[in-house]
Design a protein around this ligand. Structure first.
Ligand code: SIN
Ligand code: MN
Length: 209
């Protein structure tokens, strides 16, 4: 699918297809493999209900986003299972942030989402941060997915983009709090990950430092 004309995306959303070429994607996968070795994927659970999410997660950076039944959505400096500090954000992702975020400070958190099979993510806002002046910068690796993005209200009209490996999306400015989610994966559309699936990386400023 060709990139949509910029005018068709809400103000503040930037879609950068093919930002990372194949060699850069492969190097990034190796970086993420090392992150997952130090900070194993865990299964997040929704606040209150304890319902497990279909994606598995980990983080790198000074802070990581976690959620569980009792304590809900939050950022913390340590892995919820191992108790260890998160590994550092790989330099190539810090370079991506410097290139596209238009923000003077470095990202504090990088959430790593792993999707396989029927995993998806419901429409939501990224609003557990206190600093909304910085964008959310998101990288796709592996299988294609159907990404949906709307406005600042859950009921606003949405548009769907098929994100491919190497694509980058930036949600910033008036769209920093835009609702977004992943409706489905297209299994087998990429050979980047040995066992298939999709990795999404989201870089964020959390605030409060
Ligand atoms: C997220 O919103 O945390 C993930 C988005 C994506 O997987 O593209
Ligand atoms: Mn999100």
């Amino acid at each position: 699918m060709p990139a949509p004309p910029p005018s068709s995306l809400p103000d503040g959303i930037r879609y950068l297809p093919d930002y990372f070429d194949l060699a850069a994607q492969q190097a990034l996968v190796e970086d993420i493999r090392a992150v997952v070795e130090a900070a194993p994927l865990f299964t997040p659970a929704m606040p209150r209900t304890g319902k497990e999410m279909s994606v598995r997660m980990t983080n790198c950076g000074g802070l990581g986003w976690v959620t569980d039944k009792v304590r809900g959505y939050r950022y913390q400096a340590t892995h919820p299972v191992t108790g260890a500090p998160w590994p550092p954000i790989p330099p190539v992702l810090l370079g991506l942030w410097r290139a596209v975020a238009d923000h003077p400070a470095s990202p504090q958190a990088c959430l790593v989402n792993f999707y396989s099979g029927t995993a998806k993510m419901g429409l939501h806002q990224d609003r557990d941060e206190t600093d909304f002046s910085a964008p959310v910068v998101s990288v796709s690796l592996g299988d294609d997915c159907l990404f949906r993005v709307g406005g600042l209200q859950r009921t606003d009209p949405t548009r769907s983009l098929r994100l491919r490996s190497g694509d980058v999306i930036v949600l910033g400015g008036p769209s920093r709090l835009a609702f977004h989610g992943v409706d489905r994966l297209y299994a087998g559309t990429s050979t980047l990950l040995r066992n298939g699936g999709r990795i999404n990386l989201t870089l964020r400023r959390v605030g409060g430092d």
